[in-house]
Write a protein that binds this ligand. Structure first.
Ligand code: DI6
Ligand code: FE
Length: 404
């Protein structure tokens, strides 16, 4: 043996490192990549390997000209929930709007009832069934929110199930507490009391139990106001949790500027965000998470301000928003396609949105790009070029996946 002894070495692979600033997709054609333990140990052109492959690693694999990418990251889902909203899908197609259904006590509140009624085993079984689709597409890290429990116990139940689903599927799950997703029916005339419950009871208990990595609020005219949101984000930061926000989806409620003022990790949706909001996000290093599945499902027409995000250099991520109402989406690859076709992203921006920038939206610095020291979450694709991942509408090739 020479000096190196890597665990595993791929040769004859094209690398899409997703590092910015150089080749498109950070590509290294005719490359090689080595892993030791659960980290990337070396990468570069095949011709730069310091010795013959067999002398460098315990195991050498021929990549057969496939493309090697980082594991994909879905940074916004509501994958744990009870029941279904298929009847609401039928209702919307007879002309009833999402907001009308929500105001009539359906929508999120219908899922709250079904989630409260479900036990942990049932919630876990159905969440695993949904997340399996993402896993098979090469998703190695997924964020999952609570928000269909809306009592301390039911929110904690959802967060435990989210973690258990990750363990069952060998996916890395990041959990987000979304107690302020809807006003529960028992608090209908006591909004302030519910916000107080979220701030003074739910947040401290969940933080103490270590069940959440971040806190989110649905800031929208059918959910929580900017002032209520501000209270909750303050309380979240007081217990040391990172914050993010469902912002400016159906109206401009100033959500982007508000979460930026709290130095939030991300602002999500953003169809109605103003230039002022975009500028605030740029200043605070807040990632724009775009959710074309919800835009498509609700047949929205107002596009998120992609050109402003580019101009202000706000990183853009893409996610499924997997939820039973506004985004029954189980394919992150389809979001690449919709991000391009509906929102006008380039295929490279779209792919950065489910790798490098999705990692940033979760505050994770150890993944999302191929570089020495990064987690060895890898996907190997038999594709012509990385753009192909956003090209097909259904039937996209599936990867071989290596998980840390
Ligand atoms: N994310 C959400 O939390 C809500 N909309 C969205 O894009 C609603 C989810 C739901 O309808 O259950
Ligand atoms: Fe959402």
């Amino acid at each position: 043996m020479t000096t190196e002894s890597w665990d595993l070495l791929w040769t004859d692979v094209h690398l899409a490192t997703m590092q910015p600033g150089g080749e498109a997709y950070g590509a290294i054609r005719n490359g090689a990549l080595a892993v030791t333990g659960n980290r990337i140990a070396w990468l570069g052109p095949r011709s730069a390997l310091p010795d013959a492959p067999q002398r460098l690693a315990h195991e050498v694999r021929d990549g057969q000209g496939r493309w090697l990418l980082p594991g994909l990251i879905d940074c916004h889902t509501h994958a744990v929930y009870g029941g279904s909203r298929i009847a609401e899908f039928e209702q919307r197609l007879t002309g009833v709007s999402y907001e009308e259904i929500a105001r009539a006590g359906g929508g999120i509140l219908a899922t709250v009832k079904a989630t409260r009624d479900a036990d942990e085993a049932e919630l876990l079984r159905t969440a695993v069934e949904r997340l399996r689709h993402l896993r098979d597409e090469g998703v190695t890290t997924v964020e999952i929110k609570s928000g269909y429990g809306l009592t301390t116990d039911d929110e904690m139940k959802m967060l435990r199930v989210a973690r258990a689903a990750g363990a069952a599927l060998s996916m890395d799950v990041r959990t987000t507490f979304l107690g302020a997703h809807a006003l529960p029916p028992e608090y209908r005339d006591r909004r302030d009391a519910y916000v107080t419950l979220v701030c003074d009871e739910m947040l401290p208990r969940i933080a103490e139990a270590g069940l959440a990595d971040a806190v989110d609020v649905y800031c929208e005219r059918i959910a929580f106001s900017a002032a209520e949101t501000d209270r909750i984000l303050h309380a979240a930061r007081a217990v040391g949790l990172a914050v993010k926000l469902h912002a400016d989806q159906l109206s401009d409620g100033g959500g982007a500027g508000l979460v930026a003022a709290h130095r939030g990790l991300s602002a999500d949706h953003l169809e109605y965000t103003s230039e002022q909001g975009v500028a605030a996000m740029a200043e605070a290093d807040t990632v724009a998470v775009l959710l074309p599945g919800a835009f498509y499902t609700l047949r929205e027409t107002k596009l998120p301000p992609v050109e402003l995000f580019r101009r202000y250099r706000v990183p853009m991520a893409l996610a499924t928003d997997l939820n039973p109402g506004s985004s029954p989406v189980r394919s992150l690859l389809l979001m690449l396609n919709m991000g391009c076709t509906l929102f006008g992203l380039t295929p490279e921006e779209a792919l950065a949105g489910v790798t490098r920038n999705a990692a940033r939206a979760l505050g994770l610095r150890d993944r999302g790009v191929l570089e020495v020291g990064a987690r060895a979450d890898l996907t190997l694709w038999r594709i012509e070029s990385p753009a192909e991942l956003g090209y097909h509408v259904g039937g996209t090739p599936l990867p071989e996946v290596i998980r840390a």
